[in-house]
Design a protein around this ligand. Structure first.
Ligand code: ZN
Length: 482
């Protein structure tokens, strides 16, 4: 089956990072506080309480609409979506239905086939978040659930894409790009728990569509969709039909499960929210000034610093990473940028992921010092990695900070520059200990030189520069031949 037969569309719910909730003055900064401490009659849905729209949340949503090339409608309106669930105290959610804030637009992502591709958007609408259920014990066999309304009324935007993605990987790229764009706009904090939730529609061409709900992590989207592709392909292979249904993603096991309830759109009995006037905010669009967005910054990194496309893409893929790179590069705008780009994109990110650390734990001054030392050529790349690992491990173990210079001195990692005698001694030893390699070299076997370089690097414990070793070794071998 060819990849083109996978069809994916996403509905992404993002919490807008406002100070107060969408329809009341309650603070949105609830994550470190006890349950039900950020509530009032409005967000508790008590009888007679009236919603008052938070202007800032509409401005944030419009910023997103502008950045994603959407059209803000002349008039949009809030509707009640009626359903009963314990986390929804009013028994309806205030959302937007047939008149959303914005329609159309697109987001450019890197396509699986290389190059950029546009994922068209259907709409962006504004809605309130419901509360949160906390299941005590096992979700399957738990005795009871608790409800926390601190989250009820947090402003959300739902961004709905067209079914334009052709693989689980493209879906992940879409989500990463969307996250970066929202972060650049300063309207979203991806590190806050629960700030992003995704429902994904997936089908194989010619078959029914399946909706996977409740995906709460960036990696989860790719996992859930990959699982679905395999499940659906297997059904087809066995001659079975794919049912149109809603499934839930179980993060801990990485599988999707059919949900028992069959919710249909018309069950929600949408009708216009009588307590809020229609929104006529199209004219605000002119006044919205966008900051530099990921694509523009990526192009600037290529033209200003000479970064490769891949490095520029990686570095601008997260706002913090892009800022970190520019901070390091600014220490020596002529000498450092390319080396800094390589060390951040190719080494630092991997070392951080390996330790489940994030960029906040990296001492920018120390990292800059390390890149400066590498730029001077006073240690080898191999030693550079060793120094970086020591720095990160120290942070991980809550040990006091040690500067790269101190680590290099303590571990005797400085290159044996200017004094080639150590290398020359090692070369002589390596040749004497490996007569077969010498023979092979004389017979013109190309692998022999690399083998000997490896032996010398081992003897000098990686402190010698591979370029120097290569040169000195070639000289030594030529001498012996003569
Ligand atoms: Zn409230």
């Amino acid at each position: 089956m060819v990849e083109d037969q996978i069809i994916v569309g996403l509905e992404v719910h993002c919490q807008l990072d406002t100070k107060s909730k969408l329809f009341c003055g309650c603070s949105t900064d609830y994550r470190n506080d006890g349950p039900n401490t950020h509530v009032c009659p409005v967000c508790l849905g008590l009888p007679g309480a009236m919603p008052v729209l938070n202007k800032r949340s509409i401005e944030y949503a419009m910023k997103v609409a502008k950045a994603l090339n959407c059209t803000v409608l002349n008039e949009s309106e809030f509707s009640r979506k009626n359903y009963f669930y314990p986390d929804l105290n009013k028994a309806y959610q205030i959302t937007q239905y047939d008149k959303p804030l914005a329609e159309g637009g697109y987001l450019e992502i890197e396509s699986d086939k290389g190059g950029e591709k546009r994922v068209q958007l259907t709409r962006i609408h504004v809605e309130e978040d419901p509360g949160r259920l906390v299941h005590m014990g096992n979700a399957e066999r738990g005795k009871y659930s608790l409800v926390d309304y601190n989250r009820a009324g947090i402003p959300l935007i739902e961004i709905v894409s067209e079914p334009d993605m052709r693989s689980p990987k493209e879906a992940r790229k879409f989500l990463n790009k969307l996250r970066a764009t929202l972060e650049y706009l300063s309207v979203f904090d991806s590190e806050k728990e629960g700030s992003l939730r995704v429902d994904a529609n997936i089908s194989l061409k010619g078959s029914e569509r399946v909706e996977v709900k409740n995906i709460t992590s960036y990696k989860g989207v790719e996992k859930a969709l990959t699982y679905e592709v395999t499940r659906q392909k297997n059904l087809i292979r066995r001659g079975q039909r794919i049912e149109r249904e809603t499934r839930h993603f179980i993060e801990s096991t990485g599988i999707t499960q059919s949900s028992r309830s069959k919710e249909q759109e018309h069950d929600y009995r949408y009708f216009p929210e009588p307590d809020l006037r229609p929104l006529q905010v199209q004219s605000w669009m002119e006044g919205i000034v966008l900051p530099e967005l990921p694509d523009a910054r990526r192009e600037r990194f290529i033209t200003q610093y000479g970064c490769s496309l891949n490095h520029a893409r990686t570095l601008t893929g997260e706002l913090k990473l892009a800022n970190f790179f520019e901070k390091v590069a600014s220490a020596d705008p002529k000498g450092l940028p390319l080396l800094a780009a390589t060390w951040i994109a190719d080494t630092l990110i991997g070392e951080l992921n390996y330790r489940s650390m994030n960029l906040d734990s990296v001492d920018a001054a120390g990292f800059t010092e390390l890149v400066c030392i590498l730029n001077k050529g006073s240690i080898t790349d191999k030693s550079g990695i060793e120094v970086l690992r020591v720095m990160l491990d120290k942070h991980l173990n809550n040990e006091p900070v040690e500067t790269p210079a101190a680590i290099i001195a303590r571990l005797h990692l400085a290159k044996t520059a200017g004094d080639d005698s150590v290398i020359i001694t090692s070369i002589e030893e390596a040749i004497t200990e490996n007569p077969k390699a010498l023979e092979d070299y004389r017979a013109g076997k190309s692998g022999a030189l690399n083998f000997l370089v490896g032996q010398v690097m081992k003897k000098t414990r990686g402190k010698a520069d591979p370029g120097d070793v290569n040169q000195l070794l070639t000289e030594a071998l030529t001498k012996r031949e003569a």
